[in-house]
Ligand binder design. Structure first.
Ligand code: ZN
Ligand code: ZN
Length: 305
């Protein structure tokens, strides 16, 4: 399988429009050890295929498609993107859908609560301009599906959603009720090789219920690298919320992913990195993460397995 990281930042991107934290200020000034990043998204395709499923529809989707040759149209009206998969209903994962409204048939895979959250907005009508413009295919935790485009043609990739503790999107809090399907991780495999290729969990509040042995069987895992520290935003004076409040586990500390996933000895990549995270710069924190065998995702990174 082939995966192209189209966006590796958490919500807000890097730099974030209204943030003057040390990282955001330095990347705007062009400091050499920092590179800008767009919001979380990854395009996956079977080996040898030119047709992709896009995992998450970031608000930066148009810039991401422009920056990724493999996603460029091959005809006057065409897209290599056959399907969009949503791992939760957060704005940084769904807002890009509305930028794909140019009457292009697309299959959308999401859990029922995530789809229901979208349906609560009148804006979703722009994706329903004609019958079959958007074909919704519901996902259930533990049930593998073979990804297909809106016409039902296989993309050559099998995908199994797994439980990843999360929460409702901020805009649905007090409007919808919590569900275990508010946030999911995804396990991919190529239909030809059959071996687990990539596990992807851009948001994960804890490792409760996560099968580490199953993760280790993948050629690579991409995991929630939002915050290095639990109280990262509090220390910078940016928020009163800690990582846990936003349904993210930090990289460091006893409850962090560095310790929690130490036994998973496959290729490990942090993604969905918040602009405040010190691993974005040349810091002791970045060296600690790299010394532990982790890679740090960047826009344009390719993962083949
Ligand atoms: Zn996010
Ligand atoms: Zn910032």
């Amino acid at each position: 399988m082939r995966a192209i990281v189209t966006g590796s930042a958490a919500g807000g991107g890097f730099p974030q429009w209204n943030c003057g934290c040390p990282n955001c200020a330095a990347v705007r000034e062009g400091r050499a050890d920092l590179r800008g990043r767009t919001q979380d998204s990854v395009a996956v395709a079977a080996n040898g295929s030119e047709r992709f499923a896009l995992v998450n529809a970031s608000p930066d989707i148009l810039a991401q498609i422009k920056a990724t040759r493999a996603l460029w149209p091959r005809a006057p009206r065409h897209t290599p993107i056959g399907a969009v998969v949503l791992t939760n209903g957060d704005m940084d994962h769904v807002l890009g859908l509305f930028s794909l409204r140019e009457s292009q048939p697309l299959a959308i895979y999401a859990t029922p609560p995530v789809w229901k959250g979208l349906e609560a907005s009148v804006l979703v009508r722009t994706l329903k301009r004609f019958e079959g413009q958007v074909v919704f295919r519901p996902l259930a935790i533990g049930q593998e599906v073979e990804l297909a485009d809106a016409a039902g043609e296989s993309l050559g990739v099998r995908m199994r959603p797994f439980a990843a503790p999360g929460k409702l999107p901020v805009h649905l809090m007090g409007f919808a009720t919590d569900s275990a399907e508010d946030n999911i991780g995804l396990s991919f495999r190529d239909t030809t090789s059959g071996a687990p290729s990539l596990a992807y969990a851009a948001a994960c509040a804890s490792l409760d219920g996560i099968d580490r042995d199953a993760l280790a069987k993948h050629a690579a895992i991409m995991f929630d690298g939002t915050f290095f520290r639990e109280d990262e935003l509090v220390r910078l004076g940016l928020s009163k919320a800690v990582a846990k409040d936003m349904a993210h586990m930090p990289i460091s500390s006893e409850r962090g992913s560095l310790a929690g996933l130490a036994s998973v000895t496959t290729r490990k990549i942090y993604t969905h990195i918040n602009n405040t995270n010190p691993i974005l710069a040349d810091t002791p924190e970045r060296r600690e993460v790299e010394a532990a065998g982790w890679e740090i995702a960047f826009d344009g990174m390719e993962i083949t397995s």
